[in-house]
Write a protein that binds this ligand. Sequence first.
Ligand code: DAH
Length: 342
Amino acid sequence: MNQLLTQIEKYKEDIKAFEVKSPDDLEAFRIKYLGSKGLVKIIMGEMKNVPAEQKKEAGQLLNEFKIFTESFYENLAQSVGGPSNKSVSNIDTSLPGDALPLGARHPISIVHNKIISIFQRLGFSVAEGPEIEDDWHNFTALNLPENHPARDMQDTFYISQNPDWLLRTHTSSVQIREMAKGVLPLRIICPGRVYRNETISARAHCFFHQVEGLYIAENVSFADLKQTLYFFVKEMFGENVKVRFRPSYFPFTEPSAEMDISCLICEGKGCNVCKKTGWVEILGCGMVHPKVLENCGIDSNKYTGFAFGMGIERITMLNYQVKDLRLFSENDVRFLKQFTGA
Ligand code: DAH
């Protein structure tokens, strides 16, 4: 113990005598006394040789010595105008810290979650299905038999090992899986990723996201479909957005329609996004074709239903005025961090 005390006193004398005239001298001081192999570390290591009953006293002594050396170093640092940049011990711990960059939710996820929550309020529940599908669920059961020309509308990626397998081209395949379970009435939305063999551009990508909706019960009518979608549009885009339905064709619905909303960018005056028409298409929909019901074992004389399908990217682009679809999959943090939402 006494030996330790003498040692510390000697070191203190040495420290006081240490000449520091430049940042380099300061660094030499730091290395000699406070570095990872410095004397403070070494003498602290002496603790293990101190008998148990003296440990407390020795610990205090050593601690005092450490603090003495550190504050001596800080004073020296100030006298030479700051530590050399290799030093780390001159840190002001009272300064506020730098904010850590916080992650943000992906805009597609924000819009996906919003769409789901709107339909959940109408009593729809979420159903999901596989991204690798078979021909039956993606096409045939949806009234698109082999050689049906409408298959060409969707450039399909086939899985080379098995020509019956493909990457689903739409989330309508999940309708089939859910209907085939035979539990009615059925009120579901099916969000998910879909794939098409398209050339990548500002307006098209080889994968994107859809939300499919399906309601099957007795006496479901086109009026129910319209009312459901009106509610969706008001909740998603606000009260002032106008809606129109245009007759269309899908093999799995009859009658079929496409729904447009008044352009959010130019408010209907005409711009590039709406191609000067004032309207943008946001989804396809219709009454589920009786053949599709029968394909899933549902009695089409007793049950009717409506379905709709929309692209999440399209809605996100309109919502945030994003003009290039590719931004969603490039993962550029400067783009992604601009979006806020749940
Ligand atoms: N599956 C269609 C597509 O990917 C979208 C669609 C249209 C879904 C009409 C539907 C519907 O359920 O009724 O282009």
